[in-house]
Design a protein around this ligand. Structure first.
Ligand SMILES: CC(C)(COP(=O)(O)OP(=O)(O)OC[C@H]1O[C@@H](n2cnc3c(N)ncnc32)[C@H](O)[C@@H]1OP(=O)(O)O)[C@@H](O)C(=O)NCCC(=O)NCCS
Length: 152
């Protein structure tokens, strides 16, 4: 099992993983069209957890937008294929991407907006900012008291 930046040809598969959560009532085809044209998705870097040629989990990383200041990164659209959930893949991917951002991208802190119970992200070291759904983890365990990034 290993993590890598997603390749262009993998983007349709990645989008399809999130279909059950983010389709907003669209058909498969319309949802995929929306993903392909998404400015937001094009602005980030997708990471995937792989085994052989299979994508086990995926997420997107942002920086330089959504009010994320220098050294601040955002993780979004964390998703695992429906049949592969509950096996630790998303947790493993988040931990590997966290390590990559702190070690190789000089990240000061990483943010996310949790659409699910905070305990999932608490277990991975993220804490809620002021009780909101915006959660973060810093490289030096410092408390965050700046302006929150906008939703991504
Ligand atoms: C959330 C998600 C990414 C977890 O992926 P995963 O590979 O199954 O994650 P892990 O195996 O590492 O962890 C599983 C844990 O996720 C947590 N989890 C999953 N859905 C959750 C939810 N809606 N609320 C709170 N926790 C949740 C549970 O604690 C679960 O633990 P359990 O297996 O002991 O019940 C996956 O369920 C998914 O793709 N959901 C749809 C997309 C989504 O909601 N993404 C999160 C956006 S913030």
């Amino acid at each position: 099992m290993y993590v890598k930046e997603a390749e262009f040809h993998e983007l349709d598969t990645i989008c399809a993983i999130g279909f059950d959560s983010w389709n907003n009532g669209l058909s498969d085809e319309k949802y995929l069209d929306e993903c392909r044209g998404s400015e937001k998705y094009q602005a980030g870097t997708w990471y995937v957890l792989m085994e052989n040629d299979d994508i086990l989990s995926s997420l997107i990383v942002y920086h330089g937008r959504f009010n994320l200041k220098e050294g601040y990164f955002g993780i979004g659209s964390v998703a695992t294929p429906y049949k592969l959930r509950g096996k630790g893949y998303a947790s493993h991917l988040i931990n590997l991407v966290k390590a990559e951002l702190f070690l190789n991208h000089n990240a000061k802190a990483i943010f996310l907006h949790s659409d699910i119970g905070h305990q999932f992200y608490n277990r991975l070291g993220f804490v809620s900012v002021g009780g909101s759904d915006c959660m973060y983890i810093s490289h030096d365990s410092s408390k965050f008291d700046g302006v929150l990034p906008t939703y991504f």
